[in-house]
Design a protein around this ligand. Sequence first.
Ligand code: ZN
Length: 212
Amino acid sequence: MRQYEDILEDNLEWVGKKLSLDKDYFKRLSEGQKPPFLYIGCSDSRMPIDTFTQSEPGSFFIHRNIANQIFSNDMNCLATLEYAVDVLEVEHIIVSGHYNCGGIKAAHDKCRKSNILSSWLMPIKKIEVEHKEELNEIEDEDERLDRLTELNVLEQLKHLFELAIVRNKIESGKYPKIHGWILDIRHGEIIEIEVPIEEWKSKGIIPTEYNK
Ligand SMILES: [Zn+2]
């Protein structure tokens, strides 16, 4: 296990490496940010999206919470979203879950240990109940949780499309593209989730002006 002192030493080593390759690296980094991506993902320590996508600092504006939830009353998420969309004018919004997510498992197991966490995860429990029939047909427990993880990303995408910040942008004609991902932590690969755009448009979830 790495010790606290190790991470400070490793920071200095990284700074040295960066400067030896490009003496203006930090000068440029400090001048400002224009990230093309807003990433909304899980807090899990195994999900550093910069590492998985070989990205340098400045690529992703990030909001993370347990099991990548998007709620219309979460000021933290809304403020991040508004800043990303209105000020940074990101070109893409990515909502990402991951297999073997502790949050999904805790929601499935009904997580009775913590009141706060069980409240936070209650919407996932609702998704599980809503899709009971489909999920019950999957015999393997891990595969069933994988599917619940995918359904959770789809549900959060719906929430995102329904937020005024996003809808107003789409209706204005200049808007970020919205994507759903699963990070397959067992293989390290990113899986893109198919968003049923036309179906959601017909149900009014996605404004008709939105095009992929
Ligand atoms: Zn997770």
